[in-house]
Design a protein around this ligand. Sequence first.
Ligand code: OSB
Ligand code: MG
Length: 370
Amino acid sequence: MLKVDRVVLYHISMPLTHPFETSFGVERDRDCIIVRVEGDGAAGWGECVAGAGPWYSYETTQTNWHILSDFLIPMVLDTPFDGPESVFDRFARVRGHNMAKAGLEMAIWDLAAKQAGIPLARILGGVRDRVPVGVSIGVQPSLEALLERVAGFVEQGYRRVKIKIKPGWDADVTRAVRERFPEIPLQVDANSAYHLDDVDVFRAMDDLNLLLIEQPLDYDDIYEHSLLQRELKTPICLDESIHSVADARVALELGSCRVINIKPGRVGGHTSSKRIHDFCRERGVPVWHGGMLETGVGRAHNVALASLAGFTLPGDISASARYYREDIVDPPFTLNADSTLSVPTGAGIGVTINTDLLHAVTLRTLSSPA
Ligand code: OSB
Ligand code: MG
């Protein structure tokens, strides 16, 4: 039996070392909720990946706070769980709000792993002790700045590069990066900035030997992606459009993509991620682990999940220093020479929380029961 006695929410704001610009806007700070759950003398940690505004999806820090405090936390404190795999299904009564669900669900997975004294990666079914990673690079002020930034990350040892694209910053810049770095595994992410009649933009990138084109069309579209995929040799990868194993099934049946990006926040946590992973694996469809500029708490969860066998493409899980001057976990995540992050070997998420720094970046807290 897995019993949660107390849940504490921390709404935090941490400055990013560099502004992160995508087709939906610029982020300068990471505004999010860190979740602590307590049970049987142990504490588990999770992170809600929504940001301050509803730009990537409809969820925000404020909706996460509301859904957690008014609905999800009471469901957890009510009744013990058989195990962490049953948390997601108990939350099914709440429609949507996957990022709110995931922050709490993943904290409970950490708690369960700590109570069992084993690494989170192990109870999730991970098989790797290091996970291959790349770097996601935002829109830059100029092409020169972009080429310099790519070169800097390549020098640091990142062996897979993703660049953000948006109308006016797409095929030409991608071609320029490909010409400067002819061999580097390269992919692009549009964050839903295009429409079907922009097909020529993607045709112009189709001969650049890209690993994939991520979420070119609407954030909630699956059908039109199937029409675009037919026109391209390059695999389309869906991010924003996939919220469940049911969505993944529709996308693969329709031929809307050949690769899926799994972000546990977007799909409701580890259990839902594992279902999508297992479904894709059975069908021989590669998955990779996306990122949401997580602090070390979310990053530790991502590294553990990405250690499952089906995560065969490099993840958007860069080292702590790529995002933050100082991370809220000890030790921070660092890049290995082979462009991997090591999966922590301690119990649960395997990193400890730097509580002084956590408190320093906290805007408000809520403890249930008080
Ligand atoms: O679409 O993958 C995305 C960051 C915030 C919101 C959406 C996305 C991203 C990234 C960053 O690409 C990946 C990372 O955490 O390094
Ligand atoms: Mg994306």
